[in-house]
Design a protein around this ligand. Structure first.
Ligand code: SF4
Ligand code: ZN
Length: 712
């Protein structure tokens, strides 16, 4: 019987020969200068780039990399060699896949169900859920499960634990045959039909290191340490496991990812790293244990699953049992504080018809009223809790929620309804999550769900008064009006030296942490990620320099950062971790800045895409001229206040502009007396790549940036 290491060595030779063949076939068609690139990434062939620092942008360079890979296949010190061989195998796989993309084609387009290479934007999107533990880890399934049913069962149990699942090979087809919803939004990512496509998963892990960890390309040991410590991933390889998969498994183990298999081969036992689990239904617990993933337990008494994996689930009209749509029929969500003694904890009341009293496809009125009380409760936390409804309700399998306040839209799928989901279950979810996530603040919670049209309307009128009051409070909440800012270091688990300073007029760059959120988080856990930064006197109020802010970033970055300004992107700008909603960068022709959000894929007038701009900063490093930020910061009076303010904004993607225009216009009116400022800002309908055209447009519109001093 062949020994395990020999199987890995043979498997790597096989992968290498495959890569050589692919490159030879490509060379027969294209010359050496032909570009080779994955789409929507600034990290080239990510694994090779992170290993060697080489960018591999042409077929000729890829050929040279083959030589380098060969040099990794040493055979002198077996334990050492098996790992370098494993990583070399991943690199060879990456070349096989990259060659498929030559000529800008997407080899996976129309090749259902597979998706191939994941974009940088999608990798960045994973930042926040990874740091909060909402995604406790990743698992890669390779090959075919014993049956279609077992494949789906396994995937669903990973989903129920919110573990992100990648599918390589036949298991994706098995899932497709069973009609399982797949894709990045539901965190089941079918990668590719052939084994080399597993490189796309490795690429996600190493790009996390490059993006969030500021690991330098070529720092092989640094990367392995990063993935080992910070990326919770495991491989599940179904039997029969061929040599070539063994070679990939060696690569996975060298990155710190254990391999679990039901292939009960005599040689296969390496504690913690290579685990034989003959029972596929136990893969989940074995993987969690082998990689020691921390799973957030959410026990909620509802008849469907509850997991963050369902957050991105879309429910189409045809699959919809019932809908509440606030833009057509009064529907709202509302949190109010009551004296704790008047609240009956865990009381859930339904007023009006329940779901089974409506016809299929019906529209209903819906009010979700949550009343909370507690010694530490403050009315400032009401909107913080209310905003969580969106995430919580979306975690219910078969429920989709959009909007907020009295503009919500909630859909319940037929499947969820058939499984027994009724109105009181909204109450169970809201009750459990509030008690679980905010237990330090709320002592008692009761939920009332109303569908009676008249009563919903009455509550809407009342809620509108409160919404208005809250808006008023937010308007008066400025950086000047408060005594404290907050630091947030939530992202340090991935980006070890990054610190956000959150102020009333500058939310965290992830877009998820406002000053009120940070305040609530601090209340919950005073020694947790959000700490008070007492403002004290400013050293320079225009640029936004505070001694206490400097001290805080210094302390929380463990000395990596000395100075941070709050209002400049030129002088000591705030660092970025990598999970920012938007990135802005200086556009030299106009002297303004271009802002792009993560969702916008095409080119910008900077000659860079979002991914490329985003790669200019991150990992807790300061890069003057580039800054990651939240969407809401765009319309803030403090946006680049020291560098000319929002008047610097010259280009925004159209969709983003639409989202921010109302608030941006009002800010520009207050600051500069300009009406309809958003109309002066160019978008892709003006130009998506031509700085001259951009300048022409700005000149024609009389854009205020043209009167400002140059930034550089
Ligand atoms: Fe991460 Fe900053 Fe958001 Fe906190 S506020 S979660 S550190 S991006
Ligand atoms: Zn982050």
């Amino acid at each position: 019987m062949k020994k395990l290491f020999d199987r890995a060595f043979d498997g790597s030779d096989e992968m290498y020969a495959w890569a050589e063949r692919s490159v030879a076939e490509a060379s027969a068609k294209y010359d050496d200068s032909t570009p080779v690139a994955y789409p929507n990434t600034a990290y080239y062939l990510g694994i090779l780039y992170s290993m060697t620092g080489n960018k591999n942008q042409t077929l000729g360079e890829v050929k040279q990399s083959l030589q380098w890979i060969k040099s990794q296949f040493t055979r002198e010190r077996r334990l050492h060699d098996v790992f370098t061989t494993g990583v070399g195998t991943a690199c060879a796989a990456e070349i096989i896949e990259a060659v498929k993309y030559i000529g800008g084609v997407n080899p996976y387009e129309g090749n259902s169900p597979y998706l191939g290479h994941m974009s940088d934007a999608e990798v960045r999107e994973l930042g926040v859920p990874l740091v909060t533990g909402d995604i406790p880890g990743f698992v890669v399934l390779i090959g075919a499960a014993p049956t279609d049913e077992q494949a789906v069962e396994l995937i669903k149990s990973y989903q129920a634990k919110s573990i992100y699942v990648f599918l390589v090979g036949e298991c994706a087809v098995q899932a497709e045959r069973k009609g399982l919803k797949m894709g990045h939004p539901v965190r089941v990512y079918p990668v590719g039909p052939e084994l080399p496509s597993v490189c796309h998963v490795v690429s996600v892990a190493v790009r996390a290191g490059l993006i969030f960890g500021a690991i330098q390309p070529g720092d092989y040991d640094g990367m392995r340490e990063y993935t080992f410590k910070r990326i919770n991933a495991a491989v599940n390889a179904f039997e029969p496991v061929p040599d070539i998969t063994v070679a990939c498994g060696a690569g996975a183990i060298s990155y710190g990812f254990p391999v679990i298999t039901n292939d009960d081969h005599d040689m296969w036992r390496v504690p913690r790293s290579l685990v034989v689990q003959p029972d596929v239904s136990k893969f989940v617990e074995t993987s969690i244990e082998a990689r020691q993933m921390k799973i957030k337990i959410t026990n909620i008494d509802i008849p469907v699953s509850f997991a963050t994996a369902f957050e991105g689930e879309v429910i189409r009209k045809a699959d919809m049992q019932i809908e509440a749509n606030g833009s057509r029929h009064d529907s709202l969500e509302f949190v109010r504080t009551l004296e704790a003694s008047t609240i009956e904890d865990h009381k859930i009341t339904v007023i009006g018809k329940d779901l089974d009293e409506y016809d299929f496809g019906a529209q209903m009125n819906l009010a979700l009223l949550v009343e909370v009380g507690g010694k530490k409760m403050q009315s400032d936390f009401e909107p913080v809790f209310e905003r969580q409804f969106h995430a919580w309700l979306n975690c219910i399998e078969g429920v989709m929620h959009t909007g907020q306040r009295d503009m919500i839209r909630v859909r319940v799928s037929k499947d969820a309804y058939d499984a027994g989901f009724r109105l009181k279950h909204f109450g169970e979810v809201l009750y459990s999550k509030l008690k679980q996530d905010y237990e330090q603040v709320v002592d008692r919670v009761q939920v009332t769900i109303i569908t009676d049209a008249e009563k919903v309307h009455e509550l809407r009128v009342e809620a509108n008064h409160v919404y208005d009051k809250r808006d008023e409070r937010l308007r008066t909440l400025t950086d000047e009006s408060v005594g404290d800012f907050y630091s947030c270091i939530m992202c340090q688990s991935f980006s070890p030296s990054h610190v956000c300073i959150v102020t009333p007029e500058r939310l965290g760059l992830c877009g998820a942490v406002s000053w009120l959120d940070a305040k609530a988080t601090h209340q919950l856990d005073p020694n947790g990620p959000c700490r008070i930064v007492t403002k004290g006197d400013a050293t320079d109020e225009v640029i936004g320099i505070w001694e206490n802010v400097d001290n805080a970033v210094n302390q929380f970055s463990m000395g990596a950062l000395e100075h941070v300004t709050l209002y400049s992107i030129m002088q000591d700008p705030m660092t970025s971790c990598g999970c920012f909603e938007c990135i802005c960068g200086i556009e030299p022709t106009s002297g303004g800045v271009v802002i792009v959000n993560r969702e916008h894929v095409p080119m910008t007038p900077l000659g860079m895409t979002f991914s490329e701009m985003a790669s200019m900063t991150g990992g807790g490093i300061q890069t003057p001229g580039y800054m990651g930020h939240g969407k809401h910061f765009i319309a803030s009076k403090k946006f680049m206040a020291a560098d000319g303010g929002p008047a610097r904004i010259v280009w925004l993607p159209k969709a983003l502009k639409e989202q921010v225009s109302e608030r941006l216009n009002s800010t520009a009116k207050t600051l500069y007396g300009i009406d309809n400022f958003a109309d002066m800002i160019a978008d892709e309908t003006v130009t998506s790549d031509d700085p001259e055209k951009l300048l022409e447009f700005l000149t024609e519109k009389g854009h205020p940036v043209l009167t400002l001093e140059p930034l550089i």
